[in-house]
Design a protein around this ligand. Structure first.
Ligand code: ATP
Ligand code: MG
Length: 558
């Protein structure tokens, strides 16, 4: 079932529930485990949940799923809050934690024991696995399955009071060891773990398992639609069982209701938290916010906007079928966003000097240049022009290749927004590298047009040599070697050794020197760029290329 147009399948479920009176309003949540930074896949989940809450005039909760104390760190909690906020998902600055509900979860476990629906088991983790059976064979009953309610209550209390070592006892739900769904074969719902928790400290030495904790968290917060990814589909019967047995709803059609959708994957891009973490730990990238990563922090530092990510998520659609999205679609979205909103400036990434021999040496001109021809609201700026400029090295050829309309000896081109110039000669150093290009200009072509109607086929950009700034520019390629695919046979990543190219001596027009972190520009002909928030200093910005100008990407037709 592919639903990318009009109402997606989740909206249809919610529409039905509201109509049938299953719920009177909508509350959704995003439940990250604080064990890493968020990535583009999480962004999809956030925007989906927040989008639904807004659409139905409901509420969106941010809740940290901190039931697993080993991996959780406050650094991750902070980064997740920042990212969710940046994406525009309003959680009313109310941070919720699964650990806030540990008391309630404990009570629910006691309720289950009293109903004969849970028991303390003495099996080791390996034995539990063995007893569980397989997809083709049923499980075996736990030897402790018939323990008395009193004994279970007392043992569970002992678990809580620290009388047992990690792994010595667990609490299991009593459901059905012969169930065709392995998740229903008396799943473990509490385990002993003598670990400090970032919120509750040493209060607990037993922790609830995700499948038990999650539905209770949802119920306590009044979540109506609990949206998760497809791998939880087979856990849904357990989700409903917990809610029904703990008295939160009467039957599986009530709320909270779990709904699964397909994860977002990007072709040839590392998305998994585990893999991103490894890249960070191995020092392959310079942190969770490296601009080559599709972590939300990385996308932000690279220069993506929240609206471009939102648009991308919309294009990728909500579906029940796994598929991979194209990174080019994300690039398309940021180009579309910045096309009219970003000022168009001149920057030379690979500079070579150009001297206009017939332009008076002492003269300078301030040319008025529109900031964005497609958006007059952005106004215009003044750009200095003089006898010595920089142009891109590739805009000059000593010998003209076929169909080349830029500079070569004898050819006339337009300097963008300025004058026509004709190449007269050039100089080279001992290694044969071109060092200076000489031209003459036609004063009558001021503004870039000739009064006699003569045409030129090439227009090139330039910056004034005396007033321009020297800056670093970072150009990126995919972290992954696309020819080889993402993973090697041993599970390691096929890294592209050229994923980061640093240009140290790019020349930019003077107005760019004062730009601030996260300022975004089009550098004409070179792409869209953003000022790096980590490496830039005042008066010395570092520019990240968000995306190049050209794309063969076409929007899928709905
Ligand atoms: P990863 O798969 O990268 O390790 P995770 O699922 O372990 O991520 P959680 O913090 O547990 O990360 O996830 C929080 C929420 O984000 C969950 O509801 C999960 O379903 C959702 N989510 C995670 N990855 C994706 C994805 N690729 N596309 C859409 N939603 C996702
Ligand atoms: Mg997880």
């Amino acid at each position: 079932m592919e639903e990318t147009t009009s109402r997606n399948f989740i909206e249809k479920i919610i529409d039905e529930d509201l109509k049938a009176g299953v719920c009177g309003h909508v509350i959704t949540r995003f439940p990250p485990e604080p064990n890493g930074y968020l990535h583009i896949g999480h962004a999809k989940s956030i925007l989906l949940n927040y989008g639904l809450a807004s659409e139905y005039g409901g509420q969106f909760n941010l809740r940290f799923d901190d039931t697993n104390p080993t991996k959780e760190k406050s650094e991750f909690v902070d980064s997740i809050k920042e990212d969710v906020k940046w994406l525009g998902a309003d959680y009313r600055d109310t941070t919720l934690y699964a650990s806030d509900y540990f008391d309630k979860m404990y009570d629910c476990a006691v309720t289950l024991i009293k109903k004969g629906k849970a028991y303390v088991s003495d099996l080791s983790p390996d034995e539990i696995k063995e007893y569980r059976g397989t997809l083709t064979s049923p499980g075996k009953d736990d030897p402790a399955i018939n323990r008395s309610m009193e004994e279970n209550l007392s043992l569970f209390e002992d678990m809580k009071n620290g009388m047992f070592k990690d792994g010595e006892k667990v609490l299991r739900a009593r459901i059905d060891m012969a169930s065709p769904n392995i998740n229903m074969r008396d799943p473990v719902i509490y385990r002993v773990a003598h670990m400090s928790h970032h919120n509750t400290g040493d209060k607990w030495c037993i922790y609830p398992m995700y499948d038990f904790a999650h539905p209770i968290e949802d119920a306590i917060e009044g979540i109506t639609h609990s949206i998760c990814t497809l791998e939880f589909e087979d856990h849904r019967p357990l989700y409903d069982w917990v809610l029904i047995e703990c008295g939160f709803k009467d039957d599986k059609n009530g709320v909270p209701k779990q709904i699964e959708f397909a994860k977002l994957y990007l072709e040839n891009v590392v998305t998994g938290k585990r893999y991103i973490k490894k890249l960070v730990e191995d020092g392959v990238v310079d942190g969770w916010d490296d601009p080559r990563l599709v972590s939300v922090a990385g996308l932000r530092r690279r220069g993506f906007t929240p609206s471009s990510i939102k648009k991308f998520v919309e294009i990728s659609g909500i579906s029940k079928a796994n598929s991979t999205a194209d990174y080019a679609a994300l690039e398309y979205c940021i180009r579309e966003d910045l096309k009219v909103s970003a000022p168009r400036m001149m920057a030379i990434l690979d500079p070579v000097r150009l001297i206009i021999d017939n332009y008076p040496e002492a003269r300078t001109e301030n040319l008025s240049v529109p900031n964005n021809q497609e958006n007059p609201d952005l106004g215009s700026r003044s750009v200095l022009f003089s006898r010595e400029l920089y142009i891109e090295r590739e805009d000059f050829m000593e010998v003209r290749p076929p169909k080349y309309f830029r500079l070569y000896p004898g050819n006339e081109v337009r300097l963008m927004n300025a004058y026509f110039v004709t190449c007269t000669s050039f100089e080279k150093d001992d290694s044969g590298k071109v060092t200076v290009i000489h031209c003459t200009y036609d004063p009558d072509t001021y503004g870039g047009d000739s009064p006699d109607g003569r045409k030129v086929k090439g227009t090139i950009h330039w910056v004034d040599a005396s007033s321009c700034g020297d800056v670093s520019v970072h150009l990126f390629e995919n972290l992954i070697d696309e020819e080889k695919g993402v993973y090697n046979e041993d599970g390691s990543l096929n890294l592209n050794p050229n994923s980061l190219k640093i240009i140290k001596d790019a020349k930019v027009e003077a107005a760019l020197i004062a730009s601030a972190p996260y300022d975004r520009f089009q550098f004409v002909r070179n792409g869209y760029f953003c000022v790096d928030s980590r490496l830039s200093k005042e008066g010395s910005p570092v520019f990240n290329r968000i995306v190049s100008m050209k794309s063969s990407y076409k929007l899928p037709t709905a």
